[in-house]
Design a protein around this ligand. Structure first.
Ligand code: 5MM
Length: 341
């Protein structure tokens, strides 16, 4: 029997659980491995991800799903077990990044359009056969002088909506990720500018999802938090939480079962503190959790360092961050817990 989209979406944002974004494309994972002086090969990428997916405590208790990259969904662990089986055996759901990346948008200097719609129907069917039950597509919106423009926001929102409709046709839950960047050039915009742009983007995305007949109950939104640019003043945790919740409440229909944030370049602890403050301080119509890449993996990558003898240390670091974010997803994290660890 095929699972219902609504049930999968609800499981992806189950209380106290969140999503591990391990869908770095080959270029991005190379950049991450460069920081530990490790050559990126099919084998090192496999070893790294196997280490994460075999972190039993984290995967069973704190992670609802894992976003994979095309190479990873086909890979086997050292002992021959498909990596998707490791995920499934831990009770988590396998997902897949299906966009082909953000490319320069013709006619719109400094802006991008996410590609990957051609042949998507066929790819989704194949991924379903490989075990994927959700997918992810990321649109990238930068803030700079005169940017973003209405034209670029509209075209990215349309692509997200077409992707989401194709996913639901294939019985796959779409994660809809419109990321308003916190870094970029110059990256000195204020939290209020981020608020305005995020509100504009989300309003447009939900209008396009409606036009494309996407069932809101069978999707998960993956937005940025409302936050200062990387090179600007740093708003307090309370201000980020208040402005993010206000922006989401005014743009995201309550029919959406859950919102899972990206970390976007925040430090590990900031990403956790912000999520916890939102869950602790507000009545929310949707579940609010994490779908972090860097903020879940940075410490684990460093502790592992590409060395087999450090696998246990890498797993401990990953489990710690997953646990902290699980607490944040129920609004029960505090700084003391970080110190104690
Ligand atoms: C894991 O990184 C994903 C993008 O990879 P590519 O740039 O290589 O395509 C990214 O979409 C990620 O899933 C989200 O941005 C969340 O990651 P962060 O690090 O922002 O939490």
């Amino acid at each position: 029997m095929t699972e219902r989209l609504e049930d999968i979406a609800v499981a992806m944002v189950a209380s106290g659980k969140g999503i591990l974004a391990a869908d770095e494309s080959s270029g991005t994972i190379k950049k991450r491995f460069d920081t530990i002086n490790l050559t990126s090969t099919e084998e090192t990428r496999r070893d790294y991800r196997e280490m994460l997916f075999r972190s039993e405590e984290a995967m069973k208790n704190y992670i609802s799903g894992v976003i994979l990259y095309d190479e990873t969904i086909r890979q086997k662990a050292k002992d021959g077990t498909p990596l998707t089986d490791l995920i499934r055996n831990a009770g988590a759901i396998a997902g897949i990044k299906v966009d082909a990346g953000a490319k320069p948008l013709a006619g719109f200097p400094g802006e991008t359009i996410t590609e990957g719609l051609d042949g998507l129907r066929e790819r989704l069917n194949e991924y379903y056969g490989l075990g994927a039950r959700f997918a992810k597509w990321r649109a990238v919106i930068a803030i700079a002088n005169g940017v973003p423009t209405w034209g670029a926001i509209k075209q990215n929102a349309q692509a997200l909506a077409r992707y989401a409709a194709l996913c639901q046709e294939a019985n796959i839950v779409p994660i809809v990720e419109p990321e308003v960047l916190m870094d970029g050039n110059p990256g000195d915009h204020s939290i209020d500018t981020c608020y305005q742009v995020t509100e504009w983007v989300l309003k447009t995305v939900f209008a396009e999802l409606y036009d494309a007949r996407v069932k809101l109950e069978g999707m998960v939104l993956k937005p940025n938090m409302v936050i200062d640019g990387k090179n600007a003043r740093k708003a307090s945790v309370e201000e980020v939480a208040e402005k993010t919740v206000r922006c989401l409440k005014s743009t995201v229909p309550a029919a959406v079962p859950g919102i899972a944030f990206l970390s976007g370049g925040q430090s590990d602890e900031e990403a956790t503190a912000h999520l916890s403050a939102m869950n602790a301080g507000y009545d929310l119509p949707w579940n609010l959790t994490f779908s972090y890449g860097r903020a879940l993996q940075a410490a684990a990558l460093k502790a592992w360092g590409g060395k087999p003898e450090n696998v246990a240390a890498g797993q401990r670091a990953f489990t710690h961050r997953a646990r902290m974010n699980s607490l944040a997803a129920t609004g029960t994290w505090n700084k003391e817990l970080e110190k104690a660890a």
